[in-house]
Design a protein around this ligand. Sequence first.
Ligand SMILES: CC(C)(COP(=O)(O)OP(=O)(O)OC[C@H]1O[C@@H](n2cnc3c(N)ncnc32)[C@H](O)[C@@H]1OP(=O)(O)O)[C@@H](O)C(=O)NCCC(=O)NCCS
Length: 156
Amino acid sequence: MEGLEIRRMEEGDIAEVMSIERVSFKQPWKREFMEAELRNPSSTPLVVLKDGKVVGYMILWDLGDSVHLANIAVKPEMRRKGIGRALLRKAIALARERGKKLLSLEVRKSNTAARKLYEGEGFRVLRTIRGYYRPDFEDALLYVLPLQGNVKSEKP
Ligand SMILES: CC(C)(COP(=O)(O)OP(=O)(O)OC[C@H]1O[C@@H](n2cnc3c(N)ncnc32)[C@H](O)[C@@H]1OP(=O)(O)O)[C@@H](O)C(=O)NCCC(=O)NCCS
């Protein structure tokens, strides 16, 4: 999609991010939780803008030699236009730039839209995590994307 901008999430984006979060998940993050991401040194909270308006977001956590995609959502009326894919490709690019070995994420087994997106970008199921999600104890699938050639030793 033309005219997309991806940048770091700021305090002023939180209201729009939360309105997308609330319509996107059975158990949305609390506002305080989302706000805390702006201060979390291990987190990279990003928003995607179309014509200057927030239409989606993504939270990445730096976990040693991997990056974990902790949250991703696109505004419902803007879905199926390639925005989710643009965010995911940004996550992959950032993880590669940082020399990470792996990108991981969890997803509800029933979330066909998200699973198709991840599988289309090369993610594969590593394992099932039984009863992971609240309130219904749906299973999670742990997806991983190995980032070959990214072997970086940790500095002491
Ligand atoms: C998952 C989500 C982020 C995808 O965002 P999106 O912008 O609609 O995704 P894209 O348009 O980039 O889709 C990329 C590909 O994913 C797959 N896909 C996306 N939505 C799909 C759907 N509803 N049904 C089937 N496949 C789908 C398709 O393969 C699609 O490629 P195509 O349109 O060329 O066929 C969005 O559906 C969303 O916000 N869902 C609610 C929140 C959520 O479930 N987040 C994931 C938590 S793990």
